[in-house]
Write a protein that binds this ligand. Structure first.
Ligand code: SAH
Length: 357
């Protein structure tokens, strides 16, 4: 039995059933036994492959995007480059390499990484030490400068709450234990008077589940205030839905395959689809402008991924040529990440439309 399962059983025995959000948080970032705290899950040999790990082109184009915005803003110095959940640090490394070619940008850049996993902080440090990054446990203690915030496959890893409509009304979905001490889903005893229904959700049926991304919302509230006071933009890339919708999107993944959510706590990645609408509406409440979401393929093509691939192919051997070609298809193809992943930008006061939107 995993140490996290032992911890969860003890916790539920003492505190009673825990919410889906508490379960996700323990599974993913428990300081001793969490999934991200204890491993590097990326790459073909790991549990999942992210866009920056597929090709350097991904991070490079985000570097180009950032350089445009920096120039549009009148080349502020200092200028924050903030990555939320940088994984191995690959995206930042590729983006910063491109930014180094823009006169004055690297002098202005202050690199800030929001990362809870000590294991992944070490990896990030190996790749990014020349930029003297500063690490933060959360977004609230970042220094106040204009800047760019990048989040690739970050928001899908943050805890969500789930609510279900039963005969007597809405209940929160919780994790409990059955008679054999196995983890199981249950409903909280209390009926909720004011369920936080998603935007435009008038027709719900018995048994429907809705999700509220509580951790993402608290980050967006902080982010939107910073964008308004300091200036700058945020880029959020993830899989999810453009409009809030009913449904259970929680999923567990290990070794590139789906698993039961309660089967491997702390051993499998847990994610939920990102509800772009609720994030955008929340950001807009204070005057931040939201752009998109647009398909990742459209975004990368607007930034010139085809030309970048052709450049790389010129000096490639045949094996490299094939792998650049495959990466291009995977990142932009409508039947792969190109349309599954969406890109949304948020901009602060008096900003021009960001490139590609
Ligand atoms: N952006 C990277 C990694 C995505 S995986 C890529 O595209 O490859 C999610 C990342 O977010 C990991 O680095 C994980 O350790 C980090 N993370 C997860 N929950 C977090 C939290 N609550 N606060 C800060 N970082 C978190």
């Amino acid at each position: 039995m995993s140490q996290l399962l032992r911890h969860l059983r003890r916790r539920i025995a003492v505190e009673g059933p825990i919410t889906v959000a508490q379960y996700m948080e323990d599974c993913l970032v428990h300081p001793k036994f969490g999934y991200y705290t204890t491993r590097d899950p990326f790459g073909m040999a790991g549990d999942f492959v992210t866009a920056p790990e597929i090709s350097q082109m991904f991070g490079e184009l985000i570097g180009v995007w950032t350089a445009h915005i920096w120039q549009d803003m009148g080349r502020p110095n200092p200028f924050n480059w903030i990555e939320l959940g940088p994984g191995r640090g690959t995206l930042s490394a590729d983006a910063l390499r491109v930014m180094a070619g823009v006169n004055g940008l690297l002098d202005a850049i202050r690199v800030h990484l929001v990362e809870v996993s000590p294991e992944l902080r070490n990896k990030q440090s190996d790749l990014l030490c020349t930029y003297a990054p500063q690490w933060h446990n959360d977004i609230t203690d970042l220094p106040s400068n204009p800047g760019i915030v990048i989040a690739n496959e970050f928001f899908d890893a943050l805890p969500i709450c789930q609510y279900q409509l039963a005969q007597d009304g809405w209940h929160e979905r919780v994790i409990s234990m059955d008679d054999d001490n196995n983890l199981c889903f249950a409903l909280s005893q209390q009926v909720l008077r004011n369920p936080p229904l998603p935007f435009g959700m008038d027709t719900v049926r018995l048994g429907d589940i809705i999700e509220v991304p509580i951790a993402s919302l608290s980050i967006i509230r902080h982010l939107r205030n910073r964008l308004m006071s300091d200036g700058g933009a945020a880029l959020i890339i993830d899989y999810g839905h453009q409009r809030s919708a009913v449904g259970d999107t929680l999923q567990a993944m290990k070794g590139q395959a789906y698993h039961d959510i309660l089967e491997l706590p702390g051993e499998a990645d847990l994610t939920a689809h990102v509800d772009f609408q609720i994030l955008a509406e929340t950001a807009r409440e204070v005057g931040v402008v939201s752009w998109g979401p647009i398909d990742q393929g459209v975004f990368l093509q607007a930034l010139g991924i085809n030309a970048r691939a052709e450049r790389l192919m010129i000096s490639a051997n045949s094996e490299q040529y094939n792998s650049i070609h495959a990466a291009l298809r995977r990142l932009t193809g409508p039947d792969s990440m190109g349309s599954l992943f969406k890109v949304m930008a948020l901009t602060g006061k008096d900003m021009s439309p960001p490139p590609a939107f």
